[in-house]
Write a protein of this length. Structure first.
Length: 599
């Protein structure tokens, strides 16, 4: 029995029968539609006050009949979908109850997405049936161009030679694709939940847009829903899902990104409801890390995080897994592991964990050597894109990659720094933090983030020009708390002072304890920062002047191991040494203390 698609609840059986009879129509070869079929469609539309949709094949057969808006009707798969330089072989003709025939933005989006031979709208106004139609005319900058024609009289529309028209279109598409390969650009819509006020969700979605653009997507728009808590099945309400379905067709989006982490069931249900790939914030950040990882350790850490994220999703990540290796959410060292069974995934997780532990041991050896030399260690921490790498370059005359992008730095970089008093220190640049930083990443990057845990001093770099700098600072402290590093000595560096015009804001920021205002790009405030760091290091040690008898000269070797030896002078009465000593060694060396150097 012929199937009528769409919303048919409440429609009388007699009208259902008349809709089923539409399948019996056959359109003459080369003709776009027949006069009789057009009249039947219009009559049914007026009775139902709803759109009626028919799909017609190139053989002139009706392959599908539906009731409802063209963008809300769930239609079967189109047979004959071919390569990018071929149309689908199906034309879509639908009615407008209003009588107007102008194609909507959703109509045009459907034309492009489904690559219809033709998208047409019929309407009857003042007793006269008219038609308008749209066709694909070519490809430019990896996108389909379209042209709308009409309104035409029904007679003019019927006289259209659809066979000749589609042949011309496909010839043009073939010429275009020979000179320009089509790359499917990921066009994303962003979705979030408003739980803490409108401005909070707007700022969060703006940051999500930055992340999406960093990953390589084109952001077409954003929308959100006010809810106290996420829906257990769809994260958002069913009505909002329908609204997004309409919006994504109107915008011609092929990717939906949610601002929070979705459960495997929510992701699966959303993909089924929307019919396109759905990602969450966690998958997006993992994808960026996969693109940015350069070192062997970085790639291992990203793969570990990806595997841990995807393990519970193996049973439901249908649309993502079916596009393995293509697009956001499918890149990275672990991308070929996503379809293997859970046992092999767990084996791989164990293998990577062992490798990272081995690297961690090597890192600990290097760290112990640094500790033995008593060189103070300083770690740069802060929100992503706050300017940490730019500051590292300015302080150490290095050329570490510094881009105005999120997560430009993944692998830790350590450089020597000389303080104004001539003392050496080691400065380490670390991965930037972000709101809702995935727990998988914190766990996977724990070996790298131990540079933060083991540092003597933390330099918290804040983008003072960012309107949400307080929220960003809070996100940083949350991650530091998870690392048990939130009690360390910390200097707050308010960066990008060159972008702040209001001096009252500068004065307010500098009320923060142990803070300094700088411009890492231009070098403003760098001298004050170095003095502040120098004073912090002095607070961790005690300067002493020692006079060591020659018969105790073996003590000198120990001093070099446990302290910073600033100078050594051999005198008649012994060896005069100026050192910076850890407080826990004070009692042992007090016997040699002489106060200050005599004149």
């Amino acid at each position: 029995m012929p199937t009528i698609y769409g919303e048919i609840t409440g429609i009388r059986k007699s009208i259902i029968n008349r809709l089923e009879e539409l399948y019996e129509f056959s359109i003459p070869f080369g003709q776009v539609i027949s006069s009789e079929l057009s009249q039947k469609l219009i009559d049914l539309t007026i009775e139902l006050n709803r759109e009626v949709v028919v799909y017609i094949s190139r053989k002139g057969q009706i392959t599908c009949v539906a009731v409802g808006d063209v963008y809300t009707v769930v239609l079967p798969e189109i047979d004959g979908r071919r390569s990018i330089n071929r149309l689908s072989g199906i034309r879509c003709i639908h009615t407008h109850p209003s009588g107007e025939t102008e194609l909507s933005g959703v109509d045009v989006a459907s034309l492009k997405e489904m690559r219809f031979d033709l998208m047409a709208a019929l309407g009857r106004k003042d007793g006269v049936i008219q038609a308008s139609f749209g066709i694909i005319t070519g490809i430019e900058n990896d996108r389909f161009n379209t042209q709308n024609v009409g309104p035409l009289s029904l007679e003019e529309f019927i006289e259209l030679d659809i066979t000749y028209l589609t042949a011309q279109i496909e010839r043009q598409l073939d010429l275009n694709t020979k000179t320009s390969a089509i790359v499917e650009v990921e066009r994303a819509l962003l979705v979030g939940l408003e739980r803490q006020g409108k401005w909070a969700i707007v700022d969060s979605l703006k940051e999500l847009a930055q992340l999406a653009e960093t990953a390589g997507a084109e952001v077409l728009g954003m929308t959100w829903q006010k809810r106290d808590r996420p829906d257990s099945a769809l994260f958002i309400g069913r009505g909002k899902v329908q609204e997004i379905s309409l919006l994504r067709q109107e915008k011609n989006a092929n990717l939906i990104i949610f601002d929070d982490e979705l459960s495997p069931a929510q992701q699966r249900n959303l993909e089924r409801a929307l019919g396109i790939k759905v990602l969450d914030r966690t998958a997006l950040i993992l994808d960026i890390f996969a693109q940015r990882a350069r070192s062997h350790e970085g790639k291992l850490q990203v793969e570990l995080a990806q595997l841990r994220y995807n393990l519970p999703r193996l049973g439901g990540q249908g649309l993502v897994l079916s596009r393995l290796g293509g697009g956001i959410g499918t890149r990275g060292p672990g991308e070929t592991k996503l379809e293997v069974d859970r046992r092999r995934i767990r084996d791989r997780v164990s293998d990577i964990t062992r490798q990272i532990e081995h690297i961690k041991k090597q890192r600990n050896l290097h760290r112990k050597r640094r500790e033995n030399t008593r060189i103070p260690t300083i770690a740069l921490v802060g929100y992503t894109n706050a300017g940490k790498s730019t500051l590292l370059n300015k302080l150490t005359a290095s050329e570490v990659l510094a881009e105005d992008k999120l997560f430009a730095t993944l692998d830790p970089t350590t450089r020597h720094i000389i303080l104004p008093n001539g003392q050496q220190a080691l400065l380490t640049d670390t991965v930037g933090f972000i709101q809702k930083l995935p727990h998988q990443l914190i766990a996977a990057f724990r070996a790298t983030l131990e540079e933060v845990v083991q540092a003597d001093i933390l330099l918290h770099v804040v983008d003072a020009s960012h309107p949400q700098y307080q929220e960003q600072s809070h996100a940083v402290f949350q991650v530091l708390h998870e690392l048990n590093a939130d009690t360390k000595q910390l200097i707050t560096i308010f960066n990008k002072a060159d972008k702040i015009e209001d001096q009252d804001i500068v004065s307010m920021l500098l009320k923060t304890e142990n803070s300094v205002m700088i411009s890492a790009l231009h070098g403003d405030g760098i001298k004050e920062l170095l003095i502040l760091v120098e004073n912090f290091i002095k607070q961790q040690t005690i300067d002493m002047h020692l006079l060591i008898p020659y018969n105790d000269s073996g003590i000198i070797a120990k001093l070099y191991d446990i302290s910073n030896v600033h100078s050594t002078e051999y005198r008649e009465d012994g060896i005069y040494v100026i050192i910076s000593l850890p407080p826990d060694q004070l009692n042992y060396f007090n016997r040699y203390a002489i106060g200050v150097e005599p004149e």
